[in-house]
Design a protein around this ligand. Structure first.
Ligand code: NDP
Length: 238
């Protein structure tokens, strides 16, 4: 394991995260499968290994300080460093009863969504940064959404989810500025509209298609872009 690159993908047990884990594994990464549920994590690791991916499970609930601290310790023991972090885990949040209509917004839903989609990313990133700094070409990819784009204003009105991705984009820019003079490259990605549990499997793109931009940003050359927001077509407007 010391000779191969190590990638941690959060929320890797299904959907786009699983496809990212599979795709990184297929190009030679050892993949740490971050997932909060023991059974779902084991099943995903087994499926990846059956596809010849060098994978191991890491218990990881991005909303828990203790879980994230323990996940970093697990990766340190297993590999001693981290080459790639993909912050993929995300939730849409409840929408019943106008919970994400801005005029009747349920602030508990906002807090819950921010806890996973934004604070979870900060929590995981800061726990993993010491391990990332030991890698030769560390990359961080934050899985965002064009629904967070203030310029595009696309998709349904979801006044917890969409702003959570706007804030994630903003945090991504803050990290890129802070890490500008280091070898750590941070970017945000939009996977497009992808058929997963998240969308009720009612969307045109496959998880593999959604994973492609994250894999590209995870494997950028050392002179690659920093602090940007990209999809398959190129730059996504903020
Ligand atoms: P899924 O609902 O299929 O998968 C979400 C993953 O995140 C699951 O593995 C889930 O784990 C995990 N997760 C949720 N909360 C936590 C937590 N607290 N700790 C650890 N893991 C957690 O969604 P997608 O694959 O579609 O979405 C992945 C990312 O892509 C999200 O960030 C989403 O916002 C983004 N995205 C998706 C789009 C789409 O069209 N699908 C469009 C734009 C962006 P568990 O199984 O335990 O719930």
């Amino acid at each position: 394991m010391k000779d191969t690159k190590i990638a941690l993908v959060t929320g890797a047990n299904k959907g786009i995260g699983f496809a990212i884990a599979h795709g990184l594994g297929a190009i030679g990464f050892t993949v740490a499968v971050g997932a909060r549920d023991d059974a779902r994590r084991s099943e995903a690791v087994a499926r990846l290994r059956a596809a010849d991916v060098n994978a191991f499970g890491v218990a990881l609930d991005v909303t828990s300080d203790q879980s994230v601290t323990e996940a970093a310790a697990t990766i340190e023991r297993a590999a001693g460093r981290l080459d790639v972090l993909v912050n993929n885990a995300g939730i849409a949040g409840r929408t019943d009863g106008g919970a994400q209509d801005p005029t009747t917004l349920d602030l508990d839903v906002v807090r819950t969504v921010l806890e996973t989609n934004v604070f979870g990313v900060v929590r995981v990133t800061n726990a993993m940064l010491p391990l990332l700094r030991r890698a030769a070409s560390p990359r961080i990819v934050n899985m965002s959404s064009n629904m967070g784009s203030l310029a595009l204003r696309t998709g349904p009105i979801l006044a917890a989810y969409a702003p959570s991705k706007s804030m994630l984009n903003s945090i991504t820019a803050q990290y890129a500025r802070r890490l500008a003079d280091t070898n750590v490259i941070v970017n945000a990605a939009c996977p497009g509209y992808v058929a997963t549990d998240f969308t009720g499997f009612n969307a045109p793109r496959t998880p593999e298609q959604g994973a492609a931009i994250a894999i590209r940003l995870a494997t950028l050359p050392d002179d690659g872009p920093r602090g940007g927001f990209f999809d398959d077509e190129g730059v996504v407007p903020w």
